[in-house]
Design a protein around this ligand. Sequence first.
Ligand SMILES: Nc1ncnc2c1ncn2[C@@H]1O[C@H](COP(=O)(O)OP(=O)(O)OP(=O)(O)O)[C@@H](O)[C@H]1O
Length: 301
Amino acid sequence: MAGAAVIEIDHLHKTYGRTVAVDDVSLRVEEGEIFGILGPNGAGKTTTVEAMVGLTPVDAGRIRVLGLDPHRETARVRELVGIQLQQVRLPTRLRVSEALELYASFYAGPADTDDLMDLLGLTEQRRTAFAELSGGQQQRLSIALALVGNPRIAVLDELTTGLDPQARRNTWELIEQIRRRGVTIVLVTHYMDEAEHLCDHLAVINHGRVQATGRPRELVSGDSATTYVIDLSDTAAQADAPHVAAALGTHVRTGPGRLEVTGGPRELTAALTALVDAGVVPARIRTRSLDDVFVDLTRDL
Ligand SMILES: Nc1ncnc2c1ncn2[C@@H]1O[C@H](COP(=O)(O)OP(=O)(O)OP(=O)(O)O)[C@@H](O)[C@H]1O
C-alpha cells in the first residue's frame, strides 16, 4: 500500500534564460522512504530539488512539501526540510562543533549537537577546523548540518561524490540509520549502485523530464520475467548480433555492445546457441542491472 505523500511535484517547469533546466517533472515522495533522483549531468536534478525547497523560483507547476507551498511558506518549509547541496562551503577556521551550534541556533527545536556528532562519527573531530577535515569528514559534517534542525525530510545532493569506496559504504549505512529515525530522504545521485542499494523508489530524469519511476527492481525487470544480458566483446560480434536477435524473436533485442534476452533458461540457451552458430562468442552473461536501465533511458539516440 502506498504511504502518505510528503512531497508532490506536478508538471514543474523552469528555465534559465534560454536553457530549459526542468521541462516537465512530476513526482511523489512517500513518508519514510528513501527516494532517489537519478540522471546524467545537466538533467535538471539539482534544479528540481532546489525548487522543491523554495530555493529557486519556478516558471510553472505545483509543488507541495508536507502540504506546504515552498515558495509561499518558505520559512516553514526550511524548518521541516534539511538540505545538503553539492559541496559544502564553510569558513575555513570554523570548528565542527561551532558549525553545528551555529546552524542549530537557526532552529526553534534543534537536534542535540553531541548526538549528531556521535551519529556522524565526528566526535573526535569536534575541535577540528573545517579546512582540516578530510573530504569524507566534510561530507559527513554537511549531512549533520542538514539534520541539525531535526527535519522531517532531508534532501541530499550527490552525497557520496568524491568519496572512497569505504567512505561511500559508511555513508550508505548512515543514510539508512537516519531513515530508521523516521526521516524521509530525497537523494540525488549519479551512482546506480547507490540507488539500487538505498532507494525505495527512483525517478530517472533526462533533459528535464522524468523518463521512468518505480522501485529499482521494477525498473530493472519491468515485469516478472528475468532479463539476461549477453555482453559482446568485439565489434565484429556486435555487428552480427542484430541479425541473430532478429531471427530469434521479440524477446531478444540488442543494446549497446550487448544482447538482451527476456525469459527463462530455455530462451537464454536458444540465444546462446544462435550466437555460437553465427560464430559470435559472448564475453559475459549476467542479469540486467540498473546501470543498463539508466543507459537505455538516458542514451541520446
Ligand atoms: N543558475 C543557473 N543559471 C543558468 N543555467 C543553469 C543554472 N542552474 C542550472 N542551469 C542549467 O540548467 C540545466 C540543469 O541543471 P541542473 O544543475 O539542474 O542539472 P543536474 O541534473 O543537477 O546536473 P549535475 O548532475 O551536473 O549536477 C543545465 O543545463 C544547467 O547548465
